[in-house]
Design a protein around this ligand. Sequence first.
Ligand code: MN
Length: 735
Amino acid sequence: MIAIDLEVEKQEIIRRYRKLLRHAKPFLKDGDAKLIKKAFNTSNEAHKEMRRKSGEPYIYHPLAVAQICVDEIGLGTTSIIAALLHDVVEDTDMELEDIRREFGPKVARIIDGLTKISGVFEHGSSQQAENFRKMLLTLSEDVRVILIKLADRLHNMRTLDSMQRNSQLKIASETMYLYAPLAHRLGLYSMKSELEDLYLKFTEPQVYREIARNISSTKASRNRFIRQFISPIEDELKKIDLDFIIKGRPKSIYSIWNKMRKKNIPFEEVFDLFAIRIIINADIDQEKAACWQVYSVVTDYYKPNPDRLRDWISTPKANGYESLHSTVMSSTGQWVEVQIRTRRMDEIAEKGYAAHWKYKEQKVNNKEVGLEKWISRVREMLESNEAPAIEFVDDFRSNLFNEEVFAFTPKGDLKPMPNGATALDFAFEIHSEIGAHCLGAKVNQRLVPLNYVLKNGDQVEILTSDKQKPSEDWLRFVVSSKAKAKIKDCLKEEKKKAATDGKEIVERKLRQMKLPMNQEVVNQLRAFFETKTSLDFFYKVGKGLIDAKEIKRFKEFKQTAQQTQKPQISDAKSFEREMSKAKSQEPDFLLIGEDMNEVDYKFAKCCNPIPGDDVFGFVTVNEGIKIHRTSCPNSVELLSNYGYRVVKAKWTSQQEIAFLAGLKLDGTDRVGLINDITRIISDELHVNMQSISVETEGGVFEGAIKVYVNDTRHLEYLIRKLEKVKGIMKVFRFH
Ligand code: MN
């Protein structure tokens, strides 16, 4: 153990506190510093016996959160005080009443909001979704709650190293699932990219390190390129006497990784590794003209790509983002993204909402800006929505990232809609009754179907009929939360009716078979017919989708099943219980390859894990435990929403079993190519192949094969071998 020098620690605490004060100072009013000091002393005293998982004094955490609020979000005194005290009610003997008495109702309300949404990690899924919902509710009351929560989460992500692997995965996924989109929507771009980068760092550590290393090793040549690129622009801008700075910044590791993954290319082939940003100083009423002036200078030297011009100055994004983006061709033949904005716009882009607030009064014609509109829409949604919390959070989340498209009513009113919105979404946006009876639409005087996807500037007239009513089908193409919620409500009503009919039929059948109609039997029926809920089951019977005769089959099945029952595992807790009955050590681990007898598990089809992959177990409702890769496309949702069903899993060393893995091959076609591939797979490596499919078009070869391998090493060896085949350019694994 390391001896802790308390005196040194004390000085370090004071040093960090002074730094906070120093950075906040320019914004403080009379008496503010005194209040902050009081909050610091209160928090320091309350947390004095506590330490973080890393062993550091706990007070480092609230101090760091307050520092983030000041430096990275630009928040003021009230928020600093609330940040310093944010864990006090939750973790110490202090009560909300004490806070109210000492610091007033405003701070108390924020702390109350923060306390309510904490504890997210400890609870099960619906509880967690409920917490998110509460968090969003507080957002519409006081946005500072969310901002401080984001600062809290950012610091926890920065210090995630000292947590256990399981918690790391869970916290990181949750961050990716909700907090990063939220930061994005609030316009906190740098926070959003840092959260995403940290997510990657903990879920795909090797990938992360590799890209980071690549970025730094190419730094010198990149800087040389940037200097050359900006030099003529700099000269010209100096000539017209503009106050400006130019930055060339690499994109985030996460966004580079995303590009590599989407296009399946190596780091070297990602061309837009960085963006050039020109920040000018201009009076508020000269901003637009000045930015376009810079654009004109840039495009005098470099040819712009006409498809890649984005003017978010005339029409700012919904989160308040303003900037002029263009992609131009450099003299070396490389596309370069250039972002042009003023200092004010830049601050909004970096610090988001708070910075935006600060400048708000300066706006010339003060219209309600995108962000306020968005927040009032959130409030509306929360108040009207009665869907289960988890569904709600999912809907809400899918709306977070969307950019907007603008469409007009016949009278010329502008309606911002989420990207991908259809004519039907538009109908619901106007009024939920119009949506529910929507028959079709006329867009720019032309008749279009309900699922027509709106384009910017479309003028939309909705056609309705009294006879029309919502169908299940509609849910497949609407994108707005409002439309989804309303359609679901209508369907639920109808479903309830059918379910009541179905229930009567089932009751009658069971009576004939002399089975009781109780929770247990209904639940078994539901599982047998593979429906999600018992309501679904009744509904299907009521609608005739499940034939009443089939219920007989259930009885036969039930009789045979009773003899061969495996232990019931419904969540991580019962898993541990069963495992500790069966063996003594590490009962919370599922040892893949060994535990077949005790528990029932399968490999998830969505990601086909093989030994060597980083994996976890997920307790499903009907099908035992499923093993997923941590990089599975579904893992973010599973880990963040259903943490209580996640069990740790690892591979045992015995590997007699073969696992199915998919490989994609790209290359140029030639005679005998397929023959060469299959020869390597079966003759040289003695690997069993399950399937092979090949498409060739214009001499380009695209193949997909499924092979049985023992582990990731085995698979990588195979990939390397195949890559050497003449004509093959790329081999990679797919889910
Ligand atoms: Mn905290």
